[in-house]
Write a protein that binds this ligand. Structure first.
Ligand SMILES: NC(=O)c1ccc[n+]([C@@H]2O[C@H](COP(=O)([O-])OP(=O)(O)OC[C@H]3O[C@@H](n4cnc5c(N)ncnc54)[C@H](O)[C@@H]3O)[C@@H](O)[C@H]2O)c1
Length: 323
């Protein structure tokens, strides 16, 4: 169904002024929007301006913003203790209440009863399927998942979630707003519990918890393995980019062994990866794996990797101590 949407987003409302809500309200105000901030707990509202002032001072100290911008950013934020008044004039509503499906459904039902038919609805749920929230709405096509990262005024990525009934028009409107007005990077993903970021984070946590339970390593040792190896390597290449350097044939054999030794088929790699190997696409050594590497020899690519990783490790003070 074609949605009637406003051309630009100027008036925003944030529902829930906790850790995420106050930070997102700040970004909206920095982006030049008027922001109404509502929280069911008046005490939470009391502290919003102080938190935002401290965040802006932090950004000023790091030369991210100018001193002159601070008063105008703060002047765009209005703390509104009345729910109806907070939502009635919004072009876009962002819900940042606790992670409970019933609560989020209730908030959007109440908001929909008061806001304009042109208002876009967004939620910063971190794991709840957006389609499940949308089920109670009269116009589910205008609900878009926007999973912001913590702290929202520092971390650039917002996952945008396309629920089954989300209209492409609403999705694109939100994407343009986040990128062009709020200066964010966006990643669109289809609706699933946990989306991309928290599904990956969940998988890592699940495995790390097993290693602790089995007495293989301590919390500190697992954090060390991440900070001193997987973190920097994944930062540079991501898990798939990194597989191409290891060699997909090597990975398939390693995965088969793990599935056998741990007696768990979850470790077995998917058929698409085995098929890639069967086609002879093994990663950088064949010029093609998950990604393609035209006009670069494996030696050149290895050298490039050594340079990229050394530069990164030197930046974070983690280079090898052997001189
Ligand atoms: N904390 C994180 O790192 C993080 C990161 C990304 C996304 N999220 C998601 O953001 C959302 C908010 O998380 P948070 O960490 O800011 O929680 P929080 O507990 O810090 O804040 C939630 C706020 O919502 C208020 N609230 C409760 N019921 C309400 C209602 N009916 N109407 C309006 N406000 C209400 C509470 O009073 C509180 O101030 C959750 O969905 C969470 O999963 C959290």
């Amino acid at each position: 169904m074609e949605l009637e949407l406003l051309n630009s987003i100027k008036r925003t409302t944030v529902l829930g002024a906790g850790k995420m809500g106050h930070g997102i309200a700040q970004v909206f105000a920095q982006a030049g929007c008027a922001v109404e901030v509502y929280d069911i707990d008046p005490k939470a509202l009391e502290h919003v301006k102080d938190h935002i002032k401290a965040n802006l001072q932090f950004l000023l100290n790091h030369k991210v913003i100018t001193k002159e911008s601070i008063p105008s950013t703060l002047s765009r934020i209005n703390l509104e203790p009345d729910f109806d008044a907070a939502v009635s004039k919004a072009d876009l509503i962002l819900e940042a209440a606790p992670e409970r499906l019933d609560l989020k459904r209730d908030i959007f039902t109440k908001a929909e009863a008061v806001c304009s038919t042109k208002t876009i609805l967004t939620s910063t749920t971190s794991v709840i399927r957006v389609g499940d929230i949308a089920e109670v709405l009269q116009k589910p096509e205008r609900l878009v998942g926007t999973h912001w990262m913590n702290p929202p005024y520092v971390l650039p990525l917002v996952e945008i979630i396309r629920a089954p009934k989300t209209s492409e028009q609403a999705l694109n409107h939100v994407k343009t707003f986040l990128e062009k007005q709020c200066g964010k990077r966006t990643l669109i993903c289809n609706d699933t519990p946990g989306f991309i970021v928290n599904r990956l984070a969940g998988a890592i946590l699940k495995e790390a918890a097993i290693l602790i339970e089995e007495g293989v390593a301590t919390h500190l040792e697992i954090d060390q393995a991440w900070k001193e190896h997987l973190g920097p390597v994944f930062l540079q290449y991501g898990p798939f980019g990194n597989l191409d350097y290891i060699g997909l044939d090597v990975i398939v054999l390693a995965a088969k062994y793990l599935a056998w030794a741990l007696d768990d088929d979850q470790y077995k790699l998917p058929k698409w990866l085995e098929d890639t190997v069967l086609k002879g696409d093994l990663g950088i050594k064949t010029g093609k794996g998950i990604y393609e590497y035209p006009n670069q020899s494996p030696e050149q690519l290895q050298q490039k990797r050594a340079e990229e990783l050394l530069e990164l490790l030197q930046k974070v003070g983690l280079e090898s101590e052997l001189k």
